[in-house]
Design a protein around this ligand. Structure first.
Ligand SMILES: NC(=O)CC[C@H](N)C(=O)O
Length: 313
């Protein structure tokens, strides 16, 4: 299978639709990004990366960071993390507060904002916020073999300055005794993790552990156990796109995680990781063109977690 051809064909098929969807406006720094950007990258077991378009330009990964934070929080806390956060789809928008009151401050899953804030709290553990951020960043550097991955402090500040909704969620959970660290410490890590800037290439490379049983086949670094990698993929499939997760699973057929910066990270277990970026979003905050690109790649490759017959790459 010629993956470079597939990536090029997909990019070309959608190029005229660059700029479709609505970029996130509620984080002012994200509204500055050129909406016509469009990148695709596929990373495979042997270290090859197949790219098209703006695949080497860094963007704000936003909620895609929740996948890395989850893997690292599980590493620190083990299964005890599941006492703090659930594993069910929420069926609600990512920043919804309604379920939280009914469910006594325990978020449905680690990918909605409330769940990610709790997960980040456990990832911080008994360290200071800066130490936790440095740990996350250094893990990404090692997994992607690229120290150019940084935190865009302007985006993090911009989100913090306009972060009333996330503050509400965090203080609400703190009232239920759900956070171990001071709310502002947790949010300072959460906003910085959302402000991590990575390219499609870096994202696909850093997340190979998801597709290869927890261990990056290129660096040999283990992010998590085989069992945990499977479970993170399960959560991505069911909750990775909030109230749009069903549509994504239906159209694409493998686990993914979206971010309001317009990035989507996806994994095809045993095959590859994929990253796409186009800033225009659908109503649920998933990149419109990005999701369409992944659906086309799924079609062209035959990759799906629901197929027993897909061709070996
Ligand atoms: N879906 C997202 O990417 C949301 C992340 C964003 N930083 C927020 O908290 O609102």
């Amino acid at each position: 299978m010629d993956l470079q051809q597939i990536v090029d064909d997909t990019w070309n098929a959608l190029a005229d639709e660059r700029g479709s969807g609505t970029p996130a406006g509620y984080i002012p720094a994200l509204a500055q990004v050129d909406p016509t950007k469009f990148g695709i990258a596929i990373a495979t077991r042997d270290g090859s990366v197949f790219c098209a378009g703006d695949a080497d330009e860094q963007f704000s990964i936003q909620s895609v960071s929740k996948v890395f934070a989850l893997a690292m929080a599980l590493d620190r806390e083990g299964a005890a993390l599941w006492e703090a956060v659930g594993r069910e789809p929420s069926g609600n928008p990512f920043n919804s507060i309604v379920q939280l009151e009914r469910e006594k401050g325990k978020p449905r899953n680690p990918f909605i904002n409330s769940g990610a804030i709790v997960t980040t709290d456990r990832f911080i553990g008994d360290r200071g916020p800066d130490e936790a951020v440095a740990d996350l960043l250094s893990r990404l550097h090692n997994m992607a073999r690229d120290t150019r991955i940084t935190i865009d402090e302007d985006v993090a500040r911009s989100e913090s300055e306009t972060g009333a909704r996330n503050r509400s969620l965090a203080y609400f959970m703190a009232d239920f005794g759900r956070l171990l660290n001071p709310v502002e410490d947790v949010l300072s890590v959460y906003f910085r993790q959302c402000g991590i800037a990575m390219s499609c290439r870096q994202l696909a490379e850093a997340s190979l552990f998801l597709a290869f049983d927890g261990t990056d086949p290129v660096t040999g670094l283990t992010m998590c156990s085989t069992e945990r990698a499977r479970r993170i993929n399960a959560l991505m499939l069911l909750c990775g796109h909030y109230d749009n997760s069903g549509e994504f699973a239906f159209d694409v057929g493998f686990p993914g995680k979206s971010g309001v910066g317009g990035g989507i990270l996806a994994s095809v277990p045993g095959r590859a990781t994929l990253a796409v970026w186009s800033p225009g979003l659908n109503r649920a905050g998933t990149s419109l063109l990005g999701a369409r690109a992944l659906a086309q790649i799924a079609d062209r490759t035959g990759w799906s977690v629901f197929s027993g017959t897909f061709e070996k790459s």
